[in-house]
Design a protein around this ligand. Structure first.
Ligand code: ARG
Length: 471
């Protein structure tokens, strides 16, 4: 252990142990936030100059120095390494190496506590629009497929048992609704992220006459956080985002699961192209839906991030605690995994063909049982419960006879109820059944076409991702 060389080392006579340094350094993760850190620092320095807390010349020297450091990091001339503690200290230290003691004035009236919260929020202001756009791409691909296959009928399932025929487009639009709500959630998180903690200092504020509005505006925040203790001590914005990412991953995994099932020989509903499938090193016939499986598999990481953040924050006394440094890994991982998975799903959709004849032939037979019951109710005035019972008997009879419902004769039907007449066979046509659907939001082809149109025009414009340059 040697004499402390840390920027905070004044009251220490000895340096931190190597093990403690290694244990506590976060540079490997928060180094990624250097753009945000420098942007925040430049705004802070300019404000210090404007408010005469430092001189204008000092502010200019600091800003020029920070811009230089940014160029150095960008070009690789200055690289972070394990000897550094975190991104804030690394940049400040490099600044001081370059411009001398005046660099030490940058940290007036602020703390790493408000700095890190600012960096994270800024990072999210860039990352959330990207996720939003990734989700929009999935929606777009779903709408393209819904339109392309607007006539295709498939068996709808409950309990993974064939239930009733639906339009494939209707099924795909169910996912559009889910991802549309995910986008709303992302936009909601973004609105709460867009508040500046900078100037909360360590947690209690500062006696320097700083201007928090000025820095917030310069950095591009919509507003400032009201309470300095809250500003540095909560991470609810990360938890909200991880929760939204978890919901997105849950939606993606259900879709992935269906595509995996549907690509089996047993279903045969979809064929994924070579671009998104892989072969087996031992079984030459295999074409495996690995990309969809990986989406399904990555869900655990994102749920893990959510639980990680919730657990880290649980029971933490106010204000800042070093525990909170552990938020970077789940934050980055949730965002990157969710973004990649959305991107992958959009590609899978683009690279998937639906085998409509296979789907359609699976969408008849016993799926029409509900129609038989409805026939008795609507055309013959039989109470629904009784109609359900009669139909159950017919299904069981057909099953025993090894026949489909449309292979039974009128006489077969009449054994179970005298109400049956020749027109029952019209009711066994899945297309007729779809056209008969009346309720709003149902699988009626006209309604589905209208829903596609509405979603296409209602789709919010893509949010422009915020790009940073450092000045
Ligand atoms: N690296 C720290 C983190 O990510 C920055 C804040 C450090 N503050 C402190 N008082 N040690 O949380």
């Amino acid at each position: 252990m040697s004499k402390s060389t840390k920027l905070w080392g004044g009251r220490f006579s000895e340096g931190i142990s190597d093990v403690a340094h290694r244990f506590s350094s976060s540079i490997a993760l928060d180094g990624k936030l250097w753009r945000e850190d420098i942007r925040g620092s430049i705004a802070h320095a300019r404000m210090l100059g404007e408010r005469s807390i430092i001189t204008k010349e000092e502010a200019s020297a600091i800003i020029a120095g920070l811009e230089d450091v940014a160029l150095e990091i960008e070009s690789g001339a200055f690289q972070f390494n394990d000897s550094m503690e975190d991104v804030h200290l690394a940049i400040e230290q490099r600044l001081t190496e370059k411009i001398g003691a005046v660099g030490g004035k940058l940290h007036t009236g602020r703390s790493r506590n408000d700095q890190i919260a600012t960096d994270e929020r800024l990072y999210l202001k860039r990352a959330i629009p990207v996720l939003f756009n990734n989700a929009s791409e999935v929606i777009r691909e779903l709408l393209i497929k819904a339109e392309e296959y607007i006539d295709a009928i498939m068996p709808g399932y409950t309990h993974l048992q064939r239930a009733q025929p639906v339009l494939l487009a209707h099924h795909l639009l169910a996912y559009v609704e889910m991802f549309a709500r995910d986008r709303e959630r992302l936009a909601g998180v973004l609105s709460r992220v867009d508040r500046s903690p900078l100037g909360a200092a360590a947690f209690a504020g500062t006696s320097y006459p700083i201007d928090r509005e000025m820095t917030a505006k310069e950095i591009g925040f919509g507003t400032t956080l009201g309470n300095s203790i809250d500003a540095v001590s909560d991470r609810d914005y990360l938890i909200e985002l991880a929760s939204t990412c978890s919901i997105i991953m849950m939606h993606l995994s259900r879709m992935a699961e269906e595509l995996i099932l549907w690509s089996t020989r047993e279903f045969g509903f979809v064929t994924m192209s070579d671009a998104v499938t892989t072969g087996s090193s031992i079984m030459p016939q295999k074409k495996n839906p690995d990309m969809a499986e990986l989406i399904r598999g990555k869900v655990g990481r994102v749920y893990g991030a959510l639980i990680n953040l919730l657990t880290t924050m649980k029971g933490l006394p106010l204000a800042y605690n070093r525990d909170m440094q552990e938020d970077k890994q789940p934050m980055f991982d949730a965002i990157e995994t969710t973004g990649d998975s959305l991107e992958m799903m959009a590609l899978i959709l683009r690279e998937t063909r639906f085998n409509i004849s296979k789907m359609e032939s699976a969408a008849s037979g016993e799926l029409m049982a509900t129609e038989i019951a409805d026939y008795l109710v609507r055309a013959k005035g039989v109470p629904f419960r009784e109609a359900h019972h009669i139909t159950g008997k017919i299904v069981s009879f057909a099953e025993d006879a090894g026949k489909d419902l449309d292979q039974l004769t009128l006489n077969d039907y009449r054994v179970f109820s005298e109400h049956f007449e020749q027109d029952i066979f019209e009711y066994l046509d899945p297309r007729r059944s779809l056209a008969e659907k009346r309720s709003a939001g149902s699988s009626n082809p006209d309604m589905v076409t209208e829903a596609i149109r509405k979603m296409e025009s209602g789709i919010k414009p893509i949010i422009t991702a915020i790009e940073y340059n450092c000045s």
